[in-house]
Design a protein around this ligand. Structure first.
Ligand code: ADP
Ligand code: MG
Length: 681
């Protein structure tokens, strides 16, 4: 039997069952074998009846007596019996399982496993499973796999199919070269897979899992290396050269580039002028100054006679980039245009025409840049800012608009290097780890609601000194029985609090784009002093004069998100402050928020946050949801991932080719599937 054969080739799997397997994503025998248990059940030693406690899952071994024939009690069929051991006796009860009576033989010993509940003043065991003693002891020697099921399919059916599949398939393909398997002492593939489904013990299962997780990561990384090789050869059609404008631009900046900024820009310049296609991710914490690098890359592109595009996740941010870039680049004869959803049809049409006619050199926009209708004359550079906000597919769409344009992705998401390699496997990675020098670290506090008025007065003082402030609330409107702060009501009460002395306005996602832009504009030019907002300002907004960030119900946000919010202040040379108000003052919430006080480093915070929350949140599900491995966990198995990484790096080109060939031959399809979702160019 082949791994690619349909599961219907297995005895006992008819058309109906085949459909049910299909629902679980199991179509082939190979897919069945890699459908690993979601967890394992364990069977503990039976205990004494006298020691049972209400609420627990109890296991007892006792003598059956007094089986009461099933009878109806308010439409439910109830079966009971008494079980006795040397320590005492207990009543067992089954609802709607009259057939259990055939298993209960009075005068015989059985093992019972079921939920213990208090019934009146007596304990009772409900819906117990009945085992013959030999059977139970046999089960006890191994872990019992529990699979994720779909209705109509039982755990047992899966086990049976698995058993069959394992006996009828021959040797499973080994993708990891022998020398590496030897080095790490991995199990043979057949052995490892068998062990996952029918583990002999916990220890052996863990060993098996280690082998398989390694293989999974290994294959993935082999593919990455292969792709990286392929990319070297991709010649760029765009002939980008640097005519000195970039150095001129850098000289005219009101600050000097940090060492990391300079280094990263050199990497970008080298990439773009190399004649090969650039694919580069710039990772740098909020406020590390990524924008200027994008601007330089756009400058170089436009000066070489090509078009460049930069895509931002929100209109507010796109507008902000447009304002600064069109101002900065004008002197180099570069024409920037803004393209966002809120523009009218006529205006958009005009901009489309300008882009197609190359009257626009740099296009700054949001997801509108994906419009089918949009045509460039010669797009040679695509930049996406704050990448984690975009789906991979969207990125892909944009790059399709050029002839293999250079790709630059900017992200503040602090992810470990090996993981970044996976998520952006097809890219080179640059990091900006240092902050502009004259920044004063933001001063933080985590406080309860009683501190609110003090905070308002503090903000007033800052405003009087010419500064500005953000106040963030988790909700837009007041919803019934929500205790959370909402932007709408909050703005009203803050206006009342300050009267005419401080101008307060609100900003949230439900407002019309034009309205949002207007508010943001007025906040930027200082007309609005306090901006009450939802997290729409979280990403990228740059108002260096703002020195206070106050977050209501701070415990409701992820730490990484709060760190992003904090990144909105501390952008100028004045001391900035961050006030996290805890709506629910539980010890746990305070402890979590206190992590923010201890560190100003996005990377450390994300790591701490992960420990407390699990990975899903940090990247936004959209990004991570597609990113799955059958067994491997990118966080908890980081060590295995690192060894897989080392192992792949140690392969010679020939070994790499052989492995890739084996993958194709063996149909390691999942990996390719994965890549189809992930490849960007
Ligand atoms: P981010 O990396 O979060 O996108 P920005 O590029 O928006 O950060 O930069 C944040 C602020 O820091 C901006 O006001 C920018 O002008 C300023 N800035 C950037 N580089 C430097 C530098 N080398 N020295 C001083 N200020 C800088
Ligand atoms: Mg930014």
């Amino acid at each position: 039997m082949e791994l690619t054969d349909s599961v219907s080739a297995i005895k006992g799997i008819g058309e109906k069952t085949q459909k049910l397997f299909g629902k679980l994503g199991i179509n082939s025998v190979g897919e069945l074998l890699t459908y690993y248990p979601a967890r394992y059940d364990t069977f503990k030693d039976p205990g004494a009846i006298a020691e049972l406690k209400p609420g627990e899952d109890g296991v007892i071994c006792g003598l059956v007596s007094k089986v009461v024939e099933p009878r109806y009690a308010s439409r439910i069929k109830v079966l009971t019996c008494i079980v006795t051991d040397p320590s005492g006796s207990i009543e067992l009860v089954w609802f709607n399982q009259p057939y259990v009576k055939y298993e209960l033989k009075s005068g015989y010993h059985f093992i019972f496993r079921g939920k213990v509940n208090l019934k009146g003043r007596k304990l009772q065991m409900e819906q117990a499973k009945v085992y013959k003693r030999e059977e139970y002891y046999r089960l006890q020697t191994a872990l019992q796999p529990v699979y994720r099921l779909t209705s109509g399919l039982t755990n047992n059916a899966l086990r049976k199919a698995m058993q069959q599949a394992l006996t009828i398939t021959g040797d499973l393909p080994e993708y990891v070269p022998l020398k590496i398997r030897k080095k790490y002492e991995f199990l043979k593939k057949n052995h490892a897979v068998t062990e996952m489904h029918f583990p002999k013990s916990y220890e052996t299962m863990v060993e098996a899992r280690r082998s398989l997780v390694f293989e999974e990561f290994f294959l993935f990384m082999v593919f990455l290396r292969e792709m990286a090789l392929g990319r070297e050869e991709q010649e760029s059609v765009a002939k980008i050269s640097d005519d000195g404008s970039c150095d001129d631009f850098i000289r005219k900046l009101p600050y000097s580039l940090t060492e990391d900024q300079a280094k990263v820009f050199e990497e970008v310049r080298k990439d773009m002028t190399s004649g090969r296609v650039m694919a580069r991710l710039i990772q740098g914490d909020v406020g590390s100054g990524k924008t200027v690098i994008a601007e330089l890359a756009l400058l170089m592109t436009a000066r070489s006679g090509y078009q460049g595009a930069i895509m931002a996740p929100t209109e507010v941010l796109a507008k902000q980039h447009y304002d600064s870039m069109s101002r900065d680049l004008k002197q180099y004869g570069i024409n920037c245009v803004l393209l966002v959803g809120s523009q009218g049809a006529a205006e958009k049409k005009k901009i489309y025409r300008m882009i197609a006619a190359h009257e626009a050199d740099v296009v700054i926009g949001t997801h509108t840049l994906f419009q089918e209708k949009l045509e460039f004359d010669n797009l040679a550079l695509c930049i996406t800012d704050e990448q984690h906000r975009f789906g991979v597919r969207q990125r892909e769409n944009l790059s399709k608009k050029g002839i293999r344009p250079h790709i630059l992705v900017m992200s503040a998401t602090p992810i470990p290097r090996t993981l970044a390699m996976m998520m952006y496997g097809d890219m080179d990675i640059s990091r900006i780890t240092t902050m502009p020098a004259e920044r004063l670290p933001v001063k933080n506090c985590v406080v309860g609601q009683s501190y609110r008025n003090t905070a308002y007065n503090f903000i007033k003082k800052q405003v009087d000194e010419g500064r500005q402030a953000y106040v963030i609330c988790p909700m837009v409107d007041g919803e019934e029985d929500s205790e959370l702060q909402n932007v709408t009501d909050y703005t009203e009460s803050l206006k009342t609090f300050y009267g005419d002395s401080v101008s307060v306005e609100k900003l949230h996602g439900k407002m019309k784009a034009a309205e949002k832009n207007d508010i943001m504009e007025r906040f930027k030019n200082g007309e609005i002093r306090v901006l009450v907002s939802t997290t729409v300002v979280e990403v990228g907004v740059n108002v260096p004069n703002a020195t206070v960030m106050m977050v209501e119900d701070a415990e409701r946000f992820g730490l990484a998100q709060l760190h992003q919010l904090r990144g909105r202040v501390g952008r100028g040379d004045k001391q900035s402050y961050c006030i996290f108000i805890c709506g629910k003052e539980s010890e746990e919430a305070m402890e979590r928020l206190n992590i923010l006080l201890k560190s100003n480093n996005g990377f450390d915070i994300a790591n701490e946050d992960l420990k407390m929350r699990g990975p899903g949140d940090l990247f936004g599900i959209r990004q991570c949801g597609e990113m799955y491995f059958k067994l491997g966990d990118v966080f908890n198995d980081a060590e295995i991932m690192n060894s897989a990484n080392e192992a792949v790096a140690s392969l010679s080109d020939r070994e790499l080719e052989e492995t890739v060939q084996k993958m194709y031959d063996g149909g390691a399809k999942e990996v390719f599937q994965f890549f189809n979702n992930y490849v960007t160019i």
